[in-house]
Ligand binder design. Structure first.
Ligand code: ZN
Length: 364
């Protein structure tokens, strides 16, 4: 599977290669199409980066070709584009293809509304930004975000801010058993009112940067947790970078509710950059679309143990004959068992946040 997806990716990078895609009369091949990366979406106009990292890197504004009118194009999508791809003022290119997505972060408006929206495509990890105090951390919100990430096929990074106000031990204890990486930021020692009192300790910013390098990361966090401060510390001039305005459309000044991909600068000269996707308008992630088996698949050991579960098992605390209980019970007393118990408890708590469910089996 991994091999095949890599081959597809390579084929995508060589748009002139013939015969790799099915063709129809309505869909010409567009052999001259160029690959681009969608960094912003605003009312039918797509901001793309072409020749990323190359000598002719440029920002191009595009619309969708007619044959894609029913297809959603979202931030993070890798697309092929034709038409005027010069990136000059008043030009408009055309998206003709969307590459297969490696991950899809979705949300539902709320848990009972099945209407799904795709937030970001092809992201590697979800960075859940939470303050250690002011406001108090809410584990329910963290759990729900983690479920959405695992369902999407993404890793989870927990970024705890305001470490000057409270210790991180308790939250580490809840999430590290799941394999969640935890990173902590604090204000700079000399942060004062003159600087807005919000400057972050540079060492902690670099700790975060190291975990974002070379990856596409989606940042999620409620207001007041310091997410904007973090984004601005990671990506100086972020505001300016999102203000690409196209004169054809008068658009490109993105509303505060849309996701936008910001390039993480190569601050330490290692040559590895990354992308930070900010999601200002996403205040909650409805989880009606989440599938338990997708979440379970993020945990190889639990997934394997659960193959012995009865059909329709919820895997939650108290679920009848859940094989995860047997998996734990069969582990000899000691450190491994303690670690497994913590992992299973964390997994079940996170999974239960999806619906606020108890361990009752589903109907049928
Ligand atoms: Zn089970």
């Amino acid at each position: 599977m991994a091999r095949r997806s890599r081959d597809e990716h390579e084929a995508y990078g060589r748009p002139s290669k013939r015969g790799t895609r099915p063709r129809t009369k309505q869909r010409p091949e567009h052999a001259d199409a160029l690959p681009g990366f969608v960094t912003a979406v605003d009312r039918g106009r797509y901001t793309l980066l072409l020749d990323e990292g190359g000598p002719r890197e440029r920002v191009v504004v595009a619309m969708k070709a007619r044959e894609l009118s029913r297809t959603r194009v979202v931030v993070g999508d890798r697309v092929d584009v034709v038409g005027d791809t010069s990136g000059e003022r008043d030009t408009l290119a055309r998206i003709v293809r969307i590459a297969e997505r490696t991950s899809v972060l979705r949300r539902t408006a709320d848990d009972t509304d099945p209407y799904e929206r795709i937030v970001v495509a092809n992201a590697d990890q979800l960075v859940i930004v939470t303050a250690l105090a002011q406001p108090e951390p809410r584990t329910g919100m963290i759990d729900r975000a983690a479920v959405a990430a695992y369902d999407a096929g993404m890793d989870v990074l927990l970024c705890l801010t305001k470490a000057d106000l409270a210790p991180a031990d308790e939250l580490r204890g809840l999430y590290e058993p799941l394999g969640v990486q935890v990173v902590v930021t604090r204000p700079a020692a000399d942060a004062d009112e003159a600087a807005g009192g919000r400057a972050l300790d540079p060492g902690t910013v670099e700790d975060v940067r190291a975990l974002l390098r070379g990856r596409v990361s989606v940042l999620l966090g409620h207001s007041g947790v310091g997410k904007s401060t973090l984004v601005n510390a990671l990506v100086p001039g972020a505001r300016r970078a999102t203000g690409h305005v196209n004169d054809v459309t008068g658009r490109g000044r993105h509303t505060s509710t849309s996701a936008v991909a910001l390039r993480l600068p190569d601050a330490d000269g290692t040559g590895a950059e990354g992308w930070v996707v900010d999601t200002p308008g996403v205040r909650s992630l409805g989880l009606a679309h989440v599938r338990v088996d997708h979440v379970l698949a993020a945990f190889e050991d639990l997934d394997e143990a659960a193959t012995a579960c009865p059909r329709g098992c919820t895997h939650l605390e108290g679920a009848p004959d859940c094989a995860l209980d047997d998996w734990l019970a069969a582990t000899p007393d000691g450190d491994v068992r303690a670690a497994r118990a913590a992992r299973l408890a964390s997994f079940r708590r996170v999974l239960a946040s999806r619906t606020g469910a108890t361990g009752a089996p589903t109907a049928g």
